[in-house]
Design a protein around this ligand. Structure first.
Ligand code: ADP
Length: 218
């Protein structure tokens, strides 16, 4: 059975989620208080309705509890985002994801029943900062408060050496989980595999260890 999603708030973030879910063939109910926004998504989502999500009766009428997953993507109006989250939680919605604007916002929605909180601006800022620091860092993904995955181009210090030669685990406490060349990904690289220019290492570790690895080898 197709999963049912509702996206509340059709700004840049909610709008992009709505587009992508619809493109993947999911059933999406798009909700916004603004008529213009709703008109914009009429031909994108399965349904698009003008509604104020801080009104419990309206959310009930929309059958919000029948959805598998509700995404609260109200950006600047933190009060409306919090109120919407509390209503969804009290109604017993299965899964609630909320976009947080800052740490206070995240803390509150976590407390009042959000199952998942996302910080797109903060996370994207961090990813871009890491790729700005070094041209060899292609991407950076935070796994938890102190662990991440980085994608790094094989640097001059690594070309022609094997994973055993570099002994990244012993020297830096990080693990090379895969080696990518273009679209080909080798998810179980051999220890004696000699690294080539153009290859990209996918490395997992604590932020402290990754920082040391980046500084000394990348
Ligand atoms: P972004 O930063 O992702 O662009 P915005 O704050 O610009 O986010 O957009 C949030 C959207 O949420 C806007 O389209 C706004 O009309 C909508 N919105 C704000 N309050 C409510 C509400 N109470 N009910 C439904 N939609 C709302």
């Amino acid at each position: 059975m197709k999963r049912e999603f509702a996206v509340i708030g059709l700004g840049r973030f909610g709008g992009s989620i709505c587009y992508e879910l619809s493109k993947e063939g999911m059933n999406v109910l798009a909700i916004d208080i603004s008529e213009d926004k709703v008109n914009e998504f009429k031909n994108v989502a399965s349904h698009a309705v003008i509604a104020d999500s801080t009104d419990e009766a309206t959310l009930k009428e929309l059958g919000i509890t029948n959805f598998d997953h509700v995404i609260v993507a109200i950006g600047d109006n933190i009060q409306a985002s919090i109120l919407t989250t509390v209503i969804l939680s009290e109604l017993g919605v299965n899964k609630i994801t909320v976009k947080a604007n800052n740490d206070y916002h995240a803390k509150i929605v976590n407390k009042i029943g959000a199952h998942h909180v996302v910080h797109p601006e903060r996370d994207m800022g961090r990813r871009i900062a890491h790729s700005i620091i070094s041209n060899n860092i292609l991407d950076y993904l935070e796994l938890s408060e102190d662990h991440s995955i980085v994608e790094v181009k094989v640097s001059h210090k690594m070309i022609g050496k094997s994973l055993v030669d570099l002994d990244i685990r012993a020297n830096y406490g990080c693990n090379v989980v895969a080696i990518r060349q273009g679209n080909d990904i080798n998810v179980s690289p051999r220890a004696d595999e000699v690294l080539q220019e153009q290859e990209v290492l996918i490395v997992i570790g604590s932020d402290k260890d990754i920082a040391r690895f980046e500084k000394e080898l990348v």
